[in-house]
Design a protein. Structure first.
Length: 344
């Protein structure tokens, strides 16, 4: 099973396999979506999405036809509830179905839902903390329909927030301390997702309305480029270097730093009694390809700033490399998190 990230502007296909117990990149492709095919996390035109997926399948050369996808946006509800610790999973499921409308504020028939037991409640060990996630049926069914149009079967439907957290396990695998606190900002075209990680566990998540589309459009216009594909090509070949971008990157970094600092100050103030300290900020997403961004952010923020690559040090087959997976890797956090589910 491979992972497929359906974002606002592109579909990104990533397939991982295991080689000597380590993940290896078996297939990769990325294809643009038609304008307005996806809006606010919702598929508006399943046929447009299916066409992009078919192009990605052909380009990737994968023979796998089972896919993991993710949902996002306002149609997804996620909350932590308490359940008696002596209940079995079957009993928890039955109780959630009975209480679904209390927890979800909408009829059970209108949603798909799932749950996971997280841990004993630290304040009362008689109860478990249980993660409850629900999504409108229409949102899930549109994704399944688009995949079926593309000739695929859906193996699982995840939530983008959890796929991102899953991919954080791939960042700095050999050096990350289980006691370290670090913040990952995955910057997409229109918004970015924050996850604060304590070692391998996510402690805080948030979606922020700020993305990289404006800086991409600015660079395309300033340098007389046709589109974002040509911008990526010029960055990859070095035709656009750091001095060419410095002024625009500095302005973008100031705006991005403001959002980062606001988000982390809020998290730290809400958790002041636990005396957390962020060790570093990790930037992923398409903006990580811009030379000089980490240094520009480092000048604006009180935390160390690095760029994140979930596929670093993985072996890559020749076909995926020709599709530029090495250059695109920082933008593949959600695709990587989904692809890891295919290894389970």
């Amino acid at each position: 099973m491979f992972g497929l990230d359906i974002s606002a502007r592109r579909v990104k296909l990533l397939e991982l396999t295991l080689e000597a117990g380590q993940p290896r990149i078996a297939a990769y492709a990325s294809e643009p979506l038609a304008v307005d095919a996806v809006h606010d996390g919702q598929i508006q035109n399943a046929e447009d999405v299916a066409r992009a997926v078919r192009r990605a399948l052909a380009r990737s050369a994968t023979r796998t036809r089972r896919v993991a996808v993710a949902v996002s946006g306002p149609s997804v509800i996620s909350k932590t509830i308490r359940m008696p610790a002596d209940l079995s999973e079957t009993e928890i499921e039955q109780q959630i179905e009975v209480d679904a409308e209390i927890h979800l504020s909408q009829p059970l028939r209108d949603v798909f839902l799932d749950f996971q037991i997280l841990e004993r409640d630290p304040r009362d060990p008689r109860f478990n903390r249980v993660l409850l996630v629900a999504c409108r049926r229409e949102t899930v069914e549109l994704r399944i329909a688009a995949m079926e149009m593309a000739g695929l079967s859906v193996g699982l439907v995840d939530v983008e927030e959890y796929a991102l957290q899953n991919a954080c396990s791939l960042l700095d695998r050999t050096t990350r301390s289980e006691q370290s606190w670090f913040a990952v900002f995955d910057v997409g075209a229109l918004d970015m997702r924050l996850t604060v990680q304590h070692g391998s566990r996510s402690r805080y998540t948030r979606s922020i309305e700020f993305g990289g589309q404006a800086i991409a459009e600015r660079l395309i216009s300033r340098h007389g480029l046709a589109d974002i594909e040509q911008l990526h090509s010029h960055l990859r070949t070095g035709e656009l270097s750091q001095p060419d971008l410095a002024e625009d990157i500095a302005a973008f970094a100031r705006n991005l730093a403001t959002r980062i600092e606001q988000s982390l100050r809020f998290f730290l103030s809400a958790n002041a009694e636990n005396d957390q300290a962020i060790d570093r900020v990790v930037i992923t997403g398409g903006v990580a390809r811009y030379p000089g961004l980490a240094e520009a952010l480092g000048e604006q923020l009180p935390w160390r700033v690095t760029l994140g690559n979930p596929l670093a040090d993985m072996s890559v087959n020749a076909h995926a490399r020709r599709n530029h997976v090495d250059d695109e890797a920082p933008a593949l956090m959600i695709a990587a998190g989904l692809a890891l589910r295919g290894l389970a």
